[in-house]
Ligand binder design. Structure first.
Ligand SMILES: [Zn+2]
Length: 229
């Protein structure tokens, strides 16, 4: 989970207008304008698992459950874009969690893959500070990536498969950057920047691959605007 800018784009303005209309008429918050604006803002990714591949069902997620509260129900700032797997798990009782449009979640939680191979591999979410929101977000992430019921465990396998493939491709890209001749580095550096950006799948894990070896990857981190102060 990373931070997303809730920017005042044309699509966002249309979404806010459609929400005002829906609220006044008692209609649904699930308008075409809201869907379009959320897809744009979260770059077609689920904000919780950061997956993008093979998602068959996207849902509008209320960060703070509305429970028929009309203010929360139609509040644009309370609407997020999640896959059905994650939305369903979060509904089961993770509240409150970090608001990824307000804070840098990946600065409060470390996202890591531990172990190198097969059964040794484990995805880990380490809180870097203490708060109820961080604690709930970590618990939610663990269940999203590993599942708590037989069905959710199967869904989680698909997410981890996509994550593993993404991390493997990213590691190869970074390896290549240090292997090629200088004149070829610019293009790869740009590709790395894209892979750790807001629109990239599983960006939190990719950023932490670099942050865990800050000295080694200083030039890449500087270029991507991800240097630690
Ligand atoms: Zn998800």
């Amino acid at each position: 989970m990373i931070r997303y800018g809730r920017n005042h784009t044309e699509k966002a303005r249309a979404a806010v207008l459609s929400l005002e209309k829906a609220k006044a008429s008692g209609g649904s918050y699930n308008t075409p304008e809201v869907n379009a604006a959320l897809a744009e803002m979260f770059h077609g990714k689920c904000y919780i698992c950061e997956n993008r591949e093979g998602i068959s069902s996207f849902q509008i997620e209320h960060l703070r459950p509305h429970r028929k509260n009309v203010v929360l129900m139609y509040d644009w700032n309370n609407l997020f874009w999640a896959c059905a797997h994650c939305n369903n798990i979060k509904n089961a009782g993770y509240e409150p969690i970090l608001d990824c449009t307000q804070v840098d979640v990946d600065q409060m939680i470390a996202f890591r893959k531990e172990g190198y191979f097969g059964g040794d591999e484990k995805y880990d979410f380490s809180p870097l500070e203490e708060s109820e929101e961080i604690d709930n977000t970590v618990r939610l992430l663990r269940e999203v990536y590993y599942g708590g019921t037989p069905q959710k465990r199967m869904e989680a396998v698909n997410i981890r498969r996509a994550l593993r493939r993404n991390l493997s491709d990213f590691k190869n890209l970074v390896r290549e950057y240090y292997e090629v001749e200088d004149y070829m580095k610019e293009d790869i550096k740009e590709a790395v920047r894209k892979e750790v950006g807001e629109g990239a799948a599983f960006a939190a894990f990719k950023r932490w691959l670099l942050w865990d070896h800050q000295e080694r990857y200083r030039d890449l981190l500087d270029y991507c605007g991800l240097s630690c102060t």
